[in-house]
Design a protein around this ligand. Structure first.
Ligand code: SF4
Length: 498
């Protein structure tokens, strides 16, 4: 047998002079990132110089690397710690996303169909409003939904909730409150619409594209026909314009159910969003565990198929932006805020630790508390139930064993693969989803769709940022970070937030 040999020289590493960072290869270059979210692209030669301790005073990149904390020489530890604190202040902020399920009643063919769980009572709505406002966060977002899709079939509870919260907030807490309703318009009337507008409740709905795609999806995910959805979107946009409200903030937000039909209709879907005056589109894969095998075989796809679709659609959205169309992609925007600004955008699903029970609380129609809405939807009972709003105080939740287990299972610094991954500062995963899909809270990253998705999205964005000659694309990506979710507003100085 032939014997072959190869000479291997050990990489010279001057560990004592290096800051703590992770690295990988993206867009043909070396990417360094650290826990403060700082990043830099290097050539292979520069990486070797950095490792060998040759990036010293006088080197072209010394000042940059020192400022970003990649070098120990001259590191401003206080400034570095402040940047890490700013980026992670969600861990001490208190719950700021409150997802309130008002009803389990669905509507089919114009008729209400009662399901197990029923409607939220006015008394429970009031108790939840008081419970939530007792929390620490200076800004809160209340999201109303129905388990079967239409919270407005219990409009009385929504109205009582909003009025209670607004009155209590004026009288005592003085927080920045945002309200939104995830409606499929099946119970919308002009009277309800005018109340929502007058009381500044934002409207979100499902819009899956043109009639052909939207109406096909309704067979599997329920909701209004395309024509009804469009009629109400146009109604709200007309009224916002008459009231001269800023369209950046006041527009119906569309959420897209990406099914197999969507994969081959990306351009039609985008054209529909632009035509309807939408300002953003949030691409998000369906969760296979929510569908039976037979339905998933019709509407589902593999992670690879989804990510090919995402890449192509992101390119098309960027092309539309270059032609002057203002349309941002939601997932990219979340990640870009993490990459291009000093802040975290406050999306609990992409945080370390995952924000269930600390950043988000979900309330079922009977007042049952869950750490997040996914846990409520998955629970079907007790797995993630924390108790009832009438029995607990909001400050009890962070110490609840379930919340602590979820947090420790999602702290990326302690997870195999994540601890060494260059994408760690911009990432996060849901232990609840791991539990549903893999049977335990920790799960394995190689079997985790979120891991593949987050790595792919970050890689695509860094590939764009690596192209220094493409200033247009960089300007578009920076523009997307300017409009942030209202619940990301936290005006406290970092020292007060900790
Ligand atoms: S979930 Fe995946 S992409 Fe995210 S930090 Fe962990 S290994 Fe990296």
């Amino acid at each position: 047998m032939d014997q072959r040999s190869a000479e291997v020289s050990a990489q010279q590493i001057d560990a004592d002079d290096l800051g703590f960072f992770r690295w990988g290869r993206v867009g043909g270059r070396v990417l360094l990132t650290n826990d403060a979210g700082d990043w830099a692209f290097l050539s292979e030669d520069e990486l070797a110089e950095l490792f060998a301790g040759k990036v010293v005073e006088g080197h072209a990149r010394f000042e940059e690397f020192r400022g970003k904390g990649f070098l120990r020489d001259g590191l401003d530890l206080d400034a570095f710690a402040a940047r890490i604190a700013q980026r992670n202040r969600h861990v001490r902020r208190g719950a700021y996303v409150h997802v309130v399920t008002l009803t389990h009643a669905g509507r089919e063919g114009g008729q209400t169909t009662a399901q197990q769980g029923g409607d939220m009572s006015l008394e429970t709505a009031e108790t939840i409003a008081h419970f939530a406002l007792a929390g620490l966060s200076p800004a809160m977002s209340f999201e109303f939904q129905g388990a079967a899709g239409e919270p407005l079939s219990n409009f009385a509870a929504l109205r009582h909730f909003v009025e209670t919260a607004q009155t209590e907030n004026k009288r005592t807490t003085g927080k920045h409150l945002t309200f939104s309703v995830q409606t499929n318009f099946t119970a919308m009337t002009e009277e309800v619409a005018e109340w929502l507008i007058a009381n500044e409740v934002l409207v979100c709905t499902r819009l899956d594209g043109p009639a052909r795609v939207h109406d096909a999806n309704r067979q599997h995910v329920g909701g209004s026909t395309h024509s009804d959805t469009i009629r109400w979107i146009e109604y709200f946009h007309r009224r916002y314009a008459e009231l001269q409200r800023d369209p950046q903030q006041w527009h119906v937000e569309g959420r897209l159910a990406v099914t197999r039909d969507t994969l081959s209709a990306a351009r039609e879907v985008l054209d529909e969003y632009v035509q309807r005056g939408m300002h953003s589109i949030h691409l998000h894969p369906l969760d296979a565990s929510r569908f039976g095998d037979e339905v998933w075989a019709k509407i589902g796809y593999s992670p690879e198929e989804y990510l090919d679709f995402y890449r192509d659609t992101l390119e098309t959205i960027l092309e539309l932006n270059r032609r002057g169309v203002a349309l941002a992609e939601g997932m990219a925007t979340i990640v870009l805020i993490k990459i291009l600004t000093a802040d975290d955008p406050g999306i609990v699903d992409i945080q370390s630790p995952y924000g269930a029970g600390t950043g988000q609380i979900a309330y079922d129609a009977d007042g049952a508390l869950y750490p997040c809405d996914e846990a409520r939807a998955a629970g079907g009972g007790t797995t993630f139930a924390l108790g009832n709003v009438s029995e607990l105080a909001v400050e009890d939740l962070a110490a609840h064993p379930t919340v602590r287990a979820v947090a420790s299972a999602s702290l990326l610094d302690a997870q195999p693969m994540c601890a060494d991954c260059w994408n760690k500062p911009y990432c996060g995963f849901s232990p609840v989803r791991n539990f549903i899909s893999q049977g335990d809270l920790f799960g394995q990253r190689t079997k985790c769709f979120e891991c593949k998705e987050h790595m792919a999205v970050s890689t695509m964005l860094f590939e764009k940022l690596a192209e220094e000659s493409d200033a247009d694309t960089r300007a578009i990506l920076e523009r997307w970070t300017v409009t942030r979710p209202a619940h990301a507003i936290d005006t406290r100085a970092v020292k007060d937030a900790f």
